[in-house]
Design a protein around this ligand. Structure first.
Ligand code: MSP
Length: 652
């Protein structure tokens, strides 16, 4: 969206929102992901020269909140103030830069809800009627029979209660064809594509009218209907309106400037309210429809849905206290394919930190700056022209790939693109062997060119990682002697120009960006996974086997797999039963790693599978393949990769 601010002045604008979170529980990993994703998208748009506005907040009315407050012997207001503060305090800790934090208890919000209800009621789209239906208290909504699974709520697994009461309803059916047409004629309105398909398939069934009120006899903690003081409005007619009340609808300058570019970030759990109720509410009220909806999948933790009873609700504060904010942000963006579910385990987080951050990026950074210090006494040499060894075209490819992926909200691809460039720089160091060039005086100009290219490459990386890892970006740019613009980042257009690390600048000893994390071994001792340590390991003499041909080798179907579930086999302390996702199918594999690995630590881990091994039965359990491991009987270690690869990738 181009917004005209005055004569010949054009500003591209962008408005991003997160859901406003219920305050019936403390913030967790899921809330952190959506908010960080929206923050990353906002920071990227800023780099793409947009004027941005980023909104988050809390949803504070409703039954659930009243119940949660009662449990804590607090009034709803005391309770919401307390939990809301946790969200408000969390965002800066996660380097989230929201422009506003809205609460549905804000008087200005309440006024806009009343305004909207009045308009839609006056128009005749809200009516009063008696209703008997299946109500799930967990979801706070009525269910239609066809939505229930074996008579139970699909989310809570409990049979809904039959409730009869008079209420206000919002007529939605008349807008159904319009909405279908809007979705079909606005590609990208619902993103990614699979959720557009999901919504359109839902819209094949006639839309039921939406119950939007609760009698005050049952609930008082809500916004009173402007046309009936015996009722409060309920859930979505209150919550969704935050997106415009925050901007000062109808006359606010923010509303005029930012509403036309609104894109909401949500997870798949609330796609219907956002993809159906909300556009229809806007249409009924005569307000322009938002520009788009970005829907992501769910984070499971150690293979299971996060839940208090399982005890796997992940606290973002604890994770960042332990591993750092930038590492956490990077992990979330890199690990989840936007739109699909992902699995969080501390093991996978640690291996990403060690492989991608400490090793690939951190080592490169410290290696290059240390060589610079050693060979040029820390003074940036003049960039000698050596076009055949320039990294500029790789840098351009990284910038283009990054920009393309970020524009499509493909955060995993955007980060992977930057890491591809990092990997090509690591290869560049190995290929040019600066330590050898440093030994010959006549190679000095070449050495200068190699080091300058690497410094420029690191500068490019530092600029590109800004949306995901703002702290690391700043550390790197500072160490490279760059003057960071006041706003904290370089515009995309400013990154490419080669030769920005100024000759003559003195660069100091580099800071350590990401210390390698010690992985606790089973015996409780700390084991470093650094290659340097591995060299010291005592070798074993392998049993020699007959030579095989390439054809023999090609007969093996070796593939990567992701462990979806793992459990001990009763009666054996050695055997584990694994369910391994091979991309095309999920296999049960029995593996003799039970003494070395705890089943719960294996979930989410990537392994190498012999996929065409004849089926076998071990301790009564079928095994449809084999996972590869190395070591002795006592110390068996699974074979894996230092970076994640899609399940089913052939191992070559
Ligand atoms: N209050 C409503 C939203 C109203 S928006 C007008 C609500 N609140 S919620 O606290 O339940 O938040 C749901 C949102 O939290 C999801 O859509 C998603 O953004 C985030 N997540 C909660 N759990 C999640 C995961 N396990 N994984 C990823 N995100 C999840 O619904």
């Amino acid at each position: 969206m181009i917004y005209f601010t005055g004569k010949n002045m054009e500003t591209k604008t962008q408005f991003f929102t997160t859901p406003i979170y219920y305050v019936n529980a403390r913030p967790h990993l899921g809330h952190a992901y959506t908010t960080i994703a929206a923050d990353v998208a906002t920071r990227f748009k800023q780099m793409d020269d947009h004027d941005t506005y980023f909104l988050t907040g809390t949803d504070e009315h409703g039954d659930k909140i009243v119940q949660a407050a009662q449990k804590q012997h607090q009034s709803p207001r005391e309770y919401v103030n307390k939990i809301t503060r946790l969200f408000q305090d969390l965002w800066p800790r996660l380097s989230v830069q929201n422009n506003q934090f809205i609460r549905t208890t804000d008087p200005a919000h309440i006024q806009v809800v009343e305004n909207l209800l009045t308009r839609i009621h006056d128009k005749g789209d809200i009516y009063f009627s008696s209703y008997e239906g299946q109500y799930c208290f967990g979801c706070e909504r009525f269910y239609q029979d066809r939505e229930l699974v074996e008579g139970k709520c699909p989310d809570h697994g409990v049979a809904p209660a039959t409730i009869k009461e008079s209420n206000y309803f919002f007529k939605m059916g008349q807008y159904q064809d319009w909405l279908i047409d809007h979705i079909k004629t606005h590609p990208g309105f619902i993103h990614p594509r699979q959720y557009e398909t999901e919504l359109l398939s839902f819209l094949k069934e006639p839309l039921e009218d939406l119950c939007i009120s609760r009698p005050k006899s049952r609930l008082t903690w809500g916004i009173t209907l402007p046309f009936d003081s015996d009722y409060v409005t309920y859930v979505w007619f209150d919550a969704l309106v935050n997106y415009i009340s925050a901007l000062g609808y109808p006359d606010g300058a923010l509303f005029k400037k930012f509403w036309p570019t609104a894109r909401h970030f949500v997870a798949k759990d609330i796609i219907k309210p956002h993809g159906i109720y909300w556009p229809i509410m806007l249409k009924a009220a005569g307000i322009d429809i938002y520009a788009g909806l970005n829907v992501h999948g769910f984070w499971n933790v150690s293979g299971s849905k996060m839940s208090k009873s399982v005890g796997n609700v992940t606290d973002p504060v604890a994770v960042t206290d332990r591993y750092g904010v930038d590492a956490f942000r990077y992990f979330l963006m890199r690990e989840m394919v936007f739109g699909l579910d992902a699995n969080f385990t501390e093991d996978v987080l640690v291996s990403r930190i060690n492989a991608d951050l400490a090793n690939d990026l951190g080592n490169l950074f410290s290696r290059v700056l240390s060589m610079h210090l050693r060979y040029f006494k820390g003074i940036v040499p003049a960039m000698t022209t050596a076009p055949d060894i320039s990294l500029a075209s790789d840098a351009r490819a990284a910038i283009d790939g990054f920009q393309k992926a970020m524009t499509r909200y493909e955060f995993h691809k955007a980060t992977a693109t930057v890491w591809q460039f990092i990997s090509s720089m690591n290869k560049y160091v190995d290929m040019h062997e600066p330590w050898k060039l440093a030994k010959a005086t006549e190679k000095r100009p070449l050495l200068a060119a190699v080091i300058c290219n690497l410094l420029e490459g690191l500068r490019t990386v530092a600029c590109l990682i800004y949306p995901v890892m703002p702290g690391t970006s700043e550390k790197m740019l500072t160490a490279l002697g760059m003057t960071i613009p006041e706003k904290g980042f370089f515009l995309l257009d400013q990154i490419l120009s080669w030769g920005q690390v100024q000759p003559g600048t003195r660069l100091a000893k580099p800071p350590i960006l990401f210390p390698r994390i010690d992985v606790p071994a089973k015996d409780g001792s700390k084991k470093k996974t650094a290659p340097a340590d591995r060299k010291k390991d005592a070798g074993v003499t392998p049993e020699t086997k007959p030579v095989i041909t390439m054809e023999d080798f090609a007969k093996m179907d070796l593939r990567t797999g992701t462990i979806d579930a793992a459990e001990k086999i009763a009666g054996s302390d050695k055997l584990l039963k694994l369910q391994v996702d091979l991309g095309t199918d999920t296999r049960q594999v029995v593996a003799g790693i039970g003494r070395q690995y705890n089943p719960k630590d294996l979930v989410g881990r990537q392994v190498v599978v012999v996929a065409n091994l004849q089926q076998a039965t071990l301790m009564g359990e079928e095994s449809q393949g084999m996972v590869l491991a190395a070591g002795t009987k006592k110390e068996l270690v699974l074979a894996g990769f230092d970076t994640r690869v899609p399940p089913g990738s052939p191992v070559k």
